[in-house]
Design a binder for this molecule. Structure first.
Ligand code: HAM
Length: 427
């Protein structure tokens, strides 16, 4: 008979396990609290959208749309795509549900994204983002707010050393002029280009600047710079942002090669990067996309946002040995014997009623009290509550402090709630 083959997770899609979840919750909890404190409202768009949405917003000639989308026909023959990012989805939802009628609307969302990339450290096929967007604010104060908010988040998480990189891509008109200059430049050096870049001269030359091909880095470094093409308005906007950041004490590095991998950007773009994670150093990226809302059928509305890559942020917490708060149970109730185990859940429920917010685990495994005590200790509980048949009969329960070298005591089950509230919960 053939052995049954075990089914494993899909390459590039990871399980997040109990030992890792603390770091995720640390990040998510701080992000949620901070976003709420700054006035952002949570939205949860679906994970699947019409393919057309991403083609139109991210751009036909981008790595994401050309080679990385999980696209399939549903049973009606409609082309759908697992979202590779969610700015397009948030914009679609905002248009569809009239969220743009309130100017200055701030929204955020969190969840998995899907890109068929070559999996490696820090780059996965399912990964998670916290995505934040502001609609209806044309002034650079929107950029400044997003940047000071992220700076506060890194501090709250205990992360140091992230570098803010900034560039401005100008309006669509400026980009059109710049594109022509790039076509001239790269055409004059076509023998040094790889196949992808050669093709992109004719389709989307800005994307050549994204190339990670080491052989082309010198050529890209010498290419014309978009900052040199900015008109007076774009220059003034960018300068005002830099003045706001200077005033708020935010350090930044101007990076003229920062063009981002999505076509919807106009104006400011930024990334928070680290050199502590190897090749995948961008932990957060975003920028202004003042044309996108109209391009996908909404009312003309400026917009700006960013997304944080959670896998990379969690990896950085680990690399920087950030200590995470541990929230083990306050109490661990173990029973042995028929009568005691019949009573155990009733005792636990009464305790939970009497001490709200108590973290109480009821042992569910086999074995002796010794084995159960070991489990209680391993899960980080402060006290163990031990209920044997004899205790059950006389209405008492043994209390053992697992963190102090104190002798075990017994208390009347009637008085257990008061005892736990005074001695464990309040401490
Ligand atoms: P993005 O730069 O494509 O921008 O992604 C944002 C972040 O997601 C990256 O900086 C990185 O941390 C993480 N990330 C991207 N791809 C992967 C991957 N394959 N594996 C692990 N992490 C990854 C956007 O997605 C835009 N929607 C951001 C935005 C929001 N712009 C305006 N609003």
């Amino acid at each position: 008979m053939n052995a049954i083959r075990t089914i494993r997770a899909i390459r590039g899609m990871n399980d997040i396990l109990p030992g890792e979840i603390g770091a995720w919750q640390h990040v998510e909890g701080h992000a949620r609290a901070l976003l709420e404190a700054y006035g952002y409202e949570e939205v949860r768009p679906p994970m699947v959208e019409r393919t057309e949405l991403f083609r139109r917003s991210i751009g036909e000639v981008t790595d994401i749309v050309e080679k990385e989308m999980y696209t399939f026909d549903d049973r009606n023959g409609e082309s759908l795509t697992l979202r590779p990012e969610c700015t397009a989805s948030v914009v679609r939802a905002a248009i569809e549900h009239g969220l743009l009628r309130t100017p200055g609307r701030r929204v955020w969302t969190m969840g998995p994204m899907f890109r068929y990339e070559r999996p490696q450290k820090g780059r996965y096929r399912q990964f998670h983002q916290i995505d934040v967007e502001i609609f209806g604010v044309a002034a650079p104060s929107a950029e400044a707010e997003l940047i000071v908010l992220t700076r506060r988040l890194w501090k709250a998480l205990g992360i140091g050393g992230l570098v803010l990189e900034l560039n401005s891509l100008g309006s669509r008109d400026i980009q059109a002029g710049y594109r022509a200059r790039l076509v001239d430049y790269f055409s004059a050096h076509s023998s040094a280009l790889d196949a992808d870049s050669l093709r992109r001269i004719g389709t989307n030359p800005l994307r050549i600047l994204d190339s990670k091909n080491p052989a082309m880095q010198g050529l890209i470094e010498e290419a014309p710079r978009i900052v040199d093409e900015l008109d007076a308005d774009a220059r003034a906007h960018f300068d005002e942002l830099l003045a706001m950041l200077d005033e708020a004490g935010v350090a930044y590095r101007l990076n003229h090669r920062l063009v981002r991998g999505l076509d919807y950007y106009t104006g400011t773009v930024f990334e928070w990067t680290t050199d502590e994670l190897g090749a995948q150093g961008a932990v957060c990226g975003g920028g202004r996309y003042d044309n996108l809302v109209a391009e996908i059928g909404g009312p003309a509305s400026p917009a700006i946002g960013f997304a944080i890559g959670l896998e990379r942020l969690v990896a950085l917490l680990e690399v920087q040995s950030v200590e995470l708060p541990v929230a083990g149970p306050h109490a661990y109730l173990a029973s042995a014997g028929t009568r005691a185990s019949i009573l155990a859940h009733a005792v636990a429920e009464r305790l939970r009623d009497a001490v709200p917010d108590l973290r109480l685990v009821v042992d569910a495994g086999p074995g002796s009290f010794r084995a159960k005590l070991k489990r209680a200790d391993r899960c980080g509980a402060r006290i163990a509550l031990l209920l044997g048949d004899e205790e059950a009969r006389i209405g008492r329960i043994a209390v053992k402090d697992l963190r102090a070298r104190e002798p075990q005591s017994t208390v009347a089950i009637e008085e257990l709630a008061g005892h736990v509230a005074r001695n464990v919960f309040a401490r």
